[in-house]
Design a protein around this ligand. Structure first.
Ligand SMILES: Cc1ncc(COP(=O)(O)O)c(C=O)c1O
Length: 478
């Protein structure tokens, strides 16, 4: 019995061509040459392997910039007919390094950070502190003090304890700090299950009931300027209905609080979905933007209040499709499974350390042989990593040419968001470098972490001589 007929998930159908690059999943610049070798932004993967080794995070700079421009244009175009402005913050948690900060800020985006570390990256890259927003559910006194000290644009308050900390800090200084209040609207977008209650069982934000008390205290505190509410309903959301439902609840609260003074901003967070496989069909950002902004306008009209300026925080939608991870196939193994079917396991030289998303949330990805074209019949495969975990899965189910073999390069698209940023060095597997490609040229934008680097953190080795083999790996120095 073939694996294809029994083990494939319902949504995954055998492709007409297992070499095809689904347009919605790959960077727009991805193409194959006459030998079938994949290139991104004009740089062949064979060259990338030669110069930098594998595994490798490849980021298409042009794609990041284009997504940033398109997203900003979409929200501005949606806001303009209502006479308000839209600001787009890039959610740095998706993938943050100095170059990405420069690309997105050059394209007109502000940046949101959620730890002191992310703030340090953004500042070191030259971002204007006034165009940074600071998130996080457990900001330390040091982190808040530093953020206020550098003149951060806004701080999103997540708890009473944080409000106490911030109050203490601003009362020792002279500057006024703009703050938003993070509210949990009770709309639970992950499951598209719009909970009727605002008491969602999770750690972020204040309930709708608590928020007026928080805002009253901020308004009564010298040194704090309440500029608006913030709400983020989840990630990888495809439709507008969750955002619209959430907007209705938040605008109702915004209207209630407007009785106590003008509120200039409403921040509706990020979460706009992207395609990870060819069957994913996210709503184009233009339709999402107009759907959400028009919903806010309708609700404001219903409550008889002026519409505030709007802010959004996309992460994945900016960088997700710009990233491709390149691996080398190390082994293939046909495994007999229940029911007499066989599954072909394809092991690559990375795994859950460079892409934790399948193991963390069962995320689906797709893959293609990148070093050649093959006309062999597609077979169902599971792409796995080299870690000592059976859950170390990179692509749970994909059809690839049946002659896939050790030495082939395998490319996994749509890995630009939450892959590098969630990376670990589990099993002392080195962290791959990040290579930016643009106009036929490639350069390292984040160096890899080598085994030698890892050994250098081991204080028990301080007096020991260098270990043989400790310099193995691709540092991205090519
Ligand atoms: C507050 C906040 N804003 C924005 C984002 C970005 O989400 P996405 O990358 O799905 O757009 C997140 C993601 O966790 C978030 O928590």
């Amino acid at each position: 019995m073939s694996a294809s007929t029994t083990l494939a998930p319902e949504w995954l159908l055998p492709p007409a061509d297992a070499n095809a690059l689904a347009e919605s999943v790959w960077p727009a610049s991805a193409q194959r040459d006459e030998h079938g070798v994949l290139s991104i932004a004009g740089v062949p993967v064979s060259q990338l392997q030669r110069d930098f080794g594998t595994p490798l995070y490849i980021v298409d700079e042009g794609e990041v910039r284009a997504n940033a421009r398109r997203t900003l244009a979409a929200f501005r175009a949606a806001a303009e007919p209502h006479g308000v402005q839209a600001r787009v913050y890039y959610a740095g948690k998706a993938f943050l390094c100095a170059e990405v900060v420069r690309w997105v800020t050059e394209e007109g985006l502000a940046v949101d950070v959620c730890t002191g570390g992310e703030l340090a990256v953004a500042l070191a890259a030259g971002a204007d502190p006034a165009r940074l927003g600071f998130h996080g559910n457990n900001k330390s006194v040091d982190e808040i003090e530093n953020a206020v000290g550098v003149g951060i644009g806004s701080i999103v308050i997540d708890s009473w304890a944080e409000l106490d900390r911030l109050t203490g800090i601003v009362q020792r200084g002279t500057a006024t700090q703009a703050v938003l209040v993070r509210v949990n609207s009770g709309v639970h977008a992950e499951t598209h299950d719009f909970l009727a209650t605002a008491h969602e069982d999770q750690k972020f934000g204040f309930t709708l009931d608590e928020a007026p008390g928080v805002v009253a205290r901020i308004r009564a505190t010298a040194g704090l300027d309440f500029v608006g509410l913030h709400c983020h309903i989840g990630s990888q959301i495809f439709g507008t209905s969750g955002f619209e439902e959430s907007a209705a609840r938040i605008v109702a609260l915004h209207a209630q609080l407007s009785a106590g003074g003008e509120i200039p901003v409403l921040n509706l967070g990020g979460g706009f979905g992207i395609a990870y496989t060819s069957v994913d069909d996210p709503t184009p950002i233009e339709s999402l933007a107009s759907g959400i902004v028009d919903a806010v306008a309708r609700e404001c009209a219903r409550h008889g209040i002026p519409m505030p300026n709007l802010a959004f925080e996309p992460g994945r939608a900016i960088v997700g499709r710009a990233g491709v991870t390149l691996y080398e196939v190390g082994t293939t193994k046909a495994v007999d499974v229940d029911g007499g079917a066989q599954r072909l396991y394809v092991s690559v030289d990375g795994g859950m350390s460079d892409n934790a998303r399948p193991a963390l949330y069962g995320a689906d990805f797709s893959a293609r042989i990148a070093s050649r074209r093959s006309d062999d019949e597609p077979v169902l495969v599971r792409v796995v990593g080299k870690h000592c975990e059976s859950g170390d899965i990179v692509v749970d189910a994909e059809y690839l040419p049946g002659d896939i073999t050790p030495g082939d390069l395998l490319a996994v698209p749509a890995t630009g968001a939450y892959c590098f940023s969630l990376a670990s060095t589990y099993n002392y597997v080195p962290r791959p470098p990040v290579i930016a490609v643009r106009d036929g040229a490639a350069r390292t934008i984040v160096r890899g972490i080598t085994v030698r680097d890892l050994l250098s953190f081991d204080a028990g080795l301080d007096a020991a001589p260098a270990q043989p083999g400790s310099d193995q790996t691709n540092e991205g120095a090519g």
